[in-house]
Ligand binder design. Sequence first.
Ligand code: PFF
Length: 455
Amino acid sequence: MERENFGSKFGAILATAGSAVGLGNIWRFPVETGKNGGAAFILIYIACILLLGLPLMLSEFMIGRHTQSNATGAYHRLAPGTPWKWVGRIGVFAGFIVLSYYSVVAGWTCKYAVLAIGNQFEGADPAQLKSQFLEFSSHPWEPLAYLVLMIVLTHLVVVMGIKKGIEKCANILMPALFIIIVVLVVCSVLLPGAGEGLTFLLKPDFSKVNGGVILSALGQAFFSLSLGLGCLCTYASYFKRSTNLPKAAVSVITVDSLIALMAGFIIFPATSAAGMPLDSGTMGPDLIFITLPHVFQQAFAGLPWLAYIFSVLFFLLLIIAALTSTISMHEIVTSYMKEEYKLSRPKAATVETVACIVIGVLCSLSFGVLGDVSVFGRTIFDFCDWIVCEFCMPIGGILISIFVGWYLKKQLVKDEITNGGTLRVPLFNVLIFVLRYVAPVAILLIFLDQFGVFI
Ligand code: PFF
């Protein structure tokens, strides 16, 4: 049977950009920017994306498209009988874990969209918003219902297949996301008092930059571009042979960075307009569910209907961004189960869905009844996040760069990236140099950072 492909090149890019654009852009990016000093962090982030993100994304694209195979099958084909298949296995494992805990937060965004639609933030002060959030996230079953809703929605799209499910969904959701974000940016930057937020985003203060800031930027780049987990490799396995891989990678990276910056242009001007500080205190993990509902009320004080629309659109934006990412996480495992265990797509997807719900429920309950359960000193949710972001992603990134930079024949890599010599790729030797020397060392630094080696 012929393997499925994306129907159009544009659809393929939209779907891949959909994977990259997620809670990482709209939540994690502004939080990291706030914590790490604003514009200077953004410049370093962009440098990380260009120097490391682009070569690694291109490597994953090349592996996936060349082998037309799932994340583990790809390594099996390129390096049969070697331990390289473990790179794929780590990716599939991480894809499964990331979907489980990411869906917990994705579920919260659904609940908050419902609250926003019900105008439940009006008149609430930060203390009330905080207790509302803590009550909800520790509730014994309500967050579980939203978690299951998000995973089941994801499941339904994945079961429909590549063209009719993933691509079609991206073709509808990504333009919707773009329109919403443009509307929100325009509203936010026009607010009286937005200027301070804009300055924070646009005027770099390099005095705040240290090793930790650079490592945060690298970690953010990995998460935001969905690197190191076999996700990009899996999607690229559905690209057409004629797809221009460097162009696709540049497009995805541009969309991803643009959306992250735009999220900054929503959040920082609104926060300064609300008269709140732009530092790490405000921009902590509470940002989305506690701080922002308050910020929106304050920033649009006197125009409650605008605050209402703004809040509804913002949480809708988060749901869309989260969904296009959960779909890609699900597809890593579904394609693996389907091809390696010869299951039908619906069966493979069901196995993944059920397993994710089980782990997702445990992650969700770690904010409530399982709050005291600790795995290596962390709650279940934090442990899952740690395993993926601090362990699988960097290890995956190092191994992928070594695999393409050192293990694969340079000619094979060149043939795939240049579509058999028909495309001109002027910086090819720079790409190989980065993959051989720069990427493994730089990523090793992120990896070691978590063990406090540099503190
Ligand atoms: N890039 C997504 C985000 O920024 O939210 C998260 C993500 C998607 C991570 C897919 C990993 C993945 F495989």
